[in-house]
Design a protein around this ligand. Sequence first.
Ligand SMILES: *Cc1c(COP(=O)(O)O)cnc(C)c1O
Length: 425
Amino acid sequence: MTNAKCFEEARRYIAGGVNSPVRAFTAVGGEPFFVERGRKASLWDVEGTRYLDYVCSWGALILGHRPAPVMKAVKQALGRGITFGTPTPVETALARAVVEAFPAMDRVRFVNSGTEAVMSAVRVARAATGRTKVLKFDGAYHGHVDYLLSQAGSGMATLGIPSSRGVPELYARDTITIPFNDLPALERAIQAYREELACVLIEPLPANIGLLTPELGFLARLRMLTAQAKILLIFDEVITGFRVGYGGAQTVFKIEPDLTCLGKIIGGGFPIGAYGGRKALMDLVAPTGPVYQAGTLAGHPVAMAAGVATLQRLKRPSVYKTLNALGTTLADGLRQAARAAGVPLTVNQYGSLLTPFFTAGPVRWADEARRADVTRYARFFQALRRAGIYAPPSQFETWFLSTAHTRRDVARTLAAARAAFVEET
Ligand SMILES: *Cc1c(COP(=O)(O)O)cnc(C)c1O
């Protein structure tokens, strides 16, 4: 089978040939490759081509492909059965690990995706405050929740879609969007809507318009303003949870949100999401309280086992130190290579997350990210692909390193990047 044949066949049965839009490589041109298997930091497609993987299943695979402890835990879990629709001890094991890692979470609830986690957390915030409106940031992605699909990141940024059709205007009206890192806009919005806002929803390190980083004091000021107005602060840490540190961005930045959303890493590569917060807030959720939220396969024992094994591995000393140092090496190397070749490039990096934006920069909010030269990124993507390196297939998706990536992998990537930049000029 060739990749082309696979894609042709897929398009015959699957809408657009893919089960999530960015996978179609629309923004970078060419056809997607179809993966046969993965191991450590590598993927092999159906034609036998090997790629060094900087997507890592969109950040879920922080330990790389097929990490031994996760594979073992999954096999053991499968040996006991697939799903039972009853409580299982492994759900409590993962919940305990999450609650112990996040000081702002006394209780957690597992769902099947990050989308569900955000949707449910906002529902709790609306129930707790008796208010409706949600404030969010331009370029953030919080899953495909109806009322959060305006000026969103990820695939919507990639495809240049400002808002989704099929969302009633009535829903969109309750969402207010402002630029990230814009303190005056934040203060104005909170002042104007203080009686109506149930919550402010934020990715503390926005990673779905490429990577943005918060300017000094922005998150602290946001925490102060929301607390004063009794507006709940929801951190969407679906990417950053267990990514930038064991306790997520909130532990690194020392900011306690009211509610936290998790996903990706905590399922060890299986479908998952989670939301949690203080006991009083989470007691609002059924069966204890009046906020309904449920899931047939929620708390899936195999996903739970994979999550527990992943977090155990991440808890070992110096995991993040090593991982983050590798991110810094890659970012610095890309900057140097671009400078040497005279290519305007701004690399935003935080730990094992990074984005090389093809613009002289800076890139502090979504509009500055959108200024990047996407055609140039597409050429860079293709040059790396020819060198056996799989970068995210969009200027607006973040690169992810895993603990399986080595210094040699990074050195090889930098050599390929240097060659690509020289070719550009
Ligand atoms: C991936 C992502 C989501 C959605 O998670 P799904 O599991 O794809 O539904 C939500 N928020 C952020 C920040 C994400 O990166």
